[in-house]
Design a protein around this ligand. Structure first.
Ligand code: NAD
Length: 509
C-alpha cells in the first residue's frame, strides 16, 4: 500500500490522514466560492466515496474570469514581458510541480483511479517537462525577415514577421490525463504571452486546483491564469460562446468538439481540437512477437484503456493470430489489478460510473454483434469475494473475430476493451487500419524495415509507432486526422496555435 505522502516542506503523512480542502474557483488571483455558493462532490472511483466538495461556477463567475483574463491581457504586464521573464516563471512552475509531485500524484490517483505507479512516474514528470520545455521556448518565439520587391513598383522592401499572442485562451480538458492535458495547453499558451482560463473535466478537478496554486506561487500575475470548475455543458458552453475569448484549446470527445466548433463560430474563435480515437495496432507475422504482444497489451490496457490513443483494434496476420491471442490472454491473467493506491497495481477502476456503464454497454454490443469473448467482459471485485464491492472496477476485456462493421470495431469505447481481427495481406491491414472515421494513432510491428515505413506512410493518423506504442514526449507533435481533430499540440508546432503572425513592411527605396 502507498505508505505516505511527502509534502514540499518535507513533512509526510499517511494517505488516510490526508484531507483535501474543498475546491474553489481561482479568479483574478483570488480563491472564491461560486457566486451562488453551489458545490458538488468529486468522487473516488475506487471507493465511490466523496473526496471533497468542488465549487460549481455560474455564468457570473465565468464572466468574472473572462473579465480578469481580458484585463490582464489588454492592460497587464504578461504579454509585454520579455520571453526570458515569462520563461523564468514557467520554469519555476516546473520546479514546484516536482516539489509537490507526491501530492499531485495522490490527487490524480484518488480522483480518476489512475494507478499511483503511473501518476508518479509518468504524469507528474511529464507535466513538469511541459513547463520546462515551454519555459525555454518562451524566449525563442521568433519571426522571419525577407527582402522583397513586388509589383507594381518593384521597390526594395525589408519585411519581417512578428509572432504575437492571441489574447484570452480557454483551455477545456478531459478526465483521463488531467495533469498532462492541462499542461499541454496552459504551458505553451502562457509562454506565448496569452492569458488563460482553465475548465477541467468536472469529474477530475483535483490536480487542476493544485496546479492553479502552484502557478500563483511561481509568480504568474493576477488575472493571467484563472480556473473555473463545473459542468462543461453549462460553464464550458459560456466560454465557447463568449466574445471575450479568442481561442478554445479543446481536448475531449468528437461529439462535444463538433458542438464547440459550431458554438464558437459566431464569435470567430480560433479552435484546436484534440478528439477521440479508435486506433489500430498491427502485428505482422515477421514481428518480434514477445515485444509486439507486450506493446499491444500496454497499447490497450494502459490507463485502463481510458486513453485517446488506445490501440483498441488489434490487427494480426493470420498465421500468428492464435499465438498472439494466447500470449495476450496470459498477460491479462498475470496483470496486477486493484486498488490504484497500491504501487504494484497497474490497472485500477474506471474513472466514474458513467464510464463503467458505457464499457458494460459496449461489451454487450460485442456479444450482440457476434464477436468472441476471450477474457474479461464483466466487473471485478478487487477486495475478494464477500468484501465490499464498491468501486468502478471492470475486467480488461478481449474480443476476437471482430469484423469491420461491429460497433466495438467502429466506435470509440474509451475503456479496456480490445477487438482483435485477423488479416492476410499488407494491403488488407492498411485498409482495415484506415477504415474508421477516426485517425488519431496507429502502430505497426514487423522486422521488415521497408514494410514498417510503407505502412507508417499509409496510415491516415497523426501518429504511427513502429515496434512500440503509446510513447509521448513534450517535444514530439501530437494530434489527429479526420474525426480525431485538427491542430497539433506539443513540440514547437503548437506555438502556431497560440500566436498570430503580423507582417511588417519597410520601404528601403
Ligand atoms: P468530453 O468531451 O465529455 O469532455 C471534455 C471537456 O469538455 C470537459 O472539460 C467537459 O466538461 C467539457 N465539455 C463538455 N460539454 C461541453 C460543451 N457543450 N461546451 C464546452 N465544454 C464542454 O470528454 P471526456 O469524456 O472528458 O474525455 C474523453 C474523450 O476525450 C474521448 O473521446 C477521448 O478520445 C478524448 N481525448 C482526446 C485526446 C486527444 O489528444 N486527441 C486526449 C485525451 C482524451
Amino acid at each position: 500500500m502507498y505508505q505516505s505522502i511527502t509534502f514540499a516542506d518535507g513533512t509526510a503523512i499517511a494517505p488516510d490522514e490526508m484531507q483535501i480542502a474543498p475546491g474553489k474557483l481561482f479568479i483574478n488571483g483570488e480563491w472564491r466560492d461560486a457566486q451562488d455558493g453551489r458545490t458538488k462532490p468529486t468522487i473516488n472511483p475506487a471507493t465511490e466515496e466523496a473526496i471533497t466538495e468542488i465549487a460549481q461556477a455560474t455564468e457570473v463567475d465565468a464572466d468574472a474570469a473572462i473579465k480578469a483574463a481580458r484585463k490582464a491581457f489588454d492592460d497587464g504586464p504578461w504579454p509585454k514581458m520579455s520571453g526570458h521573464e515569462r520563461g523564468r516563471i514557467l520554469t519555476k512552475v516546473g520546479d514546484l510541480i516536482l516539489k509537490h509531485g507526491d501530492e499531485l500524484a495522490y490527487r490524480e490517483t484518488i480522483d480518476m483511479g489512475k494507478p499511483i505507479a503511473f501518476s508518479h512516474t509518468v504524469d507528474v514528470p511529464l507535466m513538469a517537462d511541459l513547463f520546462y520545455y515551454y519555459g525555454g521556448i518562451a524566449s525563442q518565439i521568433e519571426g522571419k525577415a525577407r527582402h522583397v520587391s513586388p509589383p507594381p513598383t518593384h521597390t526594395p522592401n525589408l519585411t519581417y514577421t512578428l509572432r504575437e499572442p492571441l489574447g484570452v485562451v480557454a483551455a477545456i480538458t478531459p478526465f483521463n490525463f488531467p495533469m498532462i492535458l492541462s499542461g499541454t495547453k496552459i504551458a505553451p499558451a502562457l509562454a506565448a504571452g496569452n492569458t488563460v482560463i482553465h475548465k477541467p473535466a468536472s469529474i477530475t478537478p483535483l490536480t487542476a486546483i493544485k496546479l492553479a496554486q502552484l502557478l500563483a506561487e511561481a509568480g504568474i500575475p493576477e488575472g493571467v491564469f484563472n480556473l473555473i470548475t463545473g459542468p462543461g455543458s453549462k460553464i464550458g458552453d459560456v466560454l465557447v460562446k463568449h466574445p471575450g475569448i479568442n481561442k478554445i484549446a479543446f481536448t475531449g470527445s468528437t461529439d462535444v468538439g463538433i458542438g464547440i466548433i459550431k458554438n464558437s463560430a459566431d464569435t470567430l474563435k480560433k479552435v484546436t481540437m484534440e478528439l477521440g480515437g479508435k486506433s489500430a495496432n498491427m502485428i505482422f507475422a515477421d514481428a518480434d512477437l514477445d515485444s509486439a504482444v507486450t506493446s499491444a497489451f500496454f497499447g490497450i490496457f494502459y490507463n485502463k484503456g481510458e486513453i485517446c490513443t488506445a490501440g483498441s483494434r488489434l490487427l494480426v496476420e493470420r498465421s500468428v493470430y492464435e499465438e498472439v491471442i494466447e500470449q495476450l490472454v496470459r498477460h491479462v491473467e498475470q496483470m496486477s489489478k486493484g486498488d490504484p493506491l497500491d504501487p504494484t497495481v497497474i490497472f485500477g477502476p474506471l474513472a466514474d460510473k458513467s464510464q463503467f456503464e458505457k464499457i458494460s454497454q459496449y461489451v454487450q454490443f460485442g456479444h450482440e454483434d457476434g464477436a468472441k469473448l476471450r477474457i474479461g467482459g464483466r466487473p471485478f471485485n478487487p477486495n475478494g469475494n464477500g468484501n465490499s464491492n464498491k468501486g468502478f472496477y471492470y475486467e480488461p476485456t478481449i474480443f476476437t473475430d471482430a469484423i469491420y462493421d461491429m460497433r466495438i470495431v467502429q466506435e470509440e469505447i474509451f475503456g479496456p476493451v480490445l477487438a482483435v481481427t485477423p488479416f492476410d495481406t499488407e494491403e488488407e491491414a492498411i485498409n482495415l487500419a484506415n477504415g474508421t472515421q477516426f485517425g488519431l494513432a496507429s502502430g505497426v510491428h514487423t522486422r521488415d524495415i521497408k514494410k514498417a515505413h510503407r505502412v507508417a506512410r499509409a496510415m491516415k493518423a497523426g501518429t504511427c509507432w513502429i515496434n512500440t506504442y503509446n510513447l509521448f514526449d513534450v517535444s514530439i507533435p501530437f494530434g489527429g486526422y479526420k474525426a480525431s481533430g485538427f491542430g497539433r499540440e506539443l513540440g514547437t508546432e503548437v506555438m502556431e496555435n497560440y500566436t498570430h503572425t503580423k507582417s511588417v513592411w519597410v520601404d528601403l527605396s
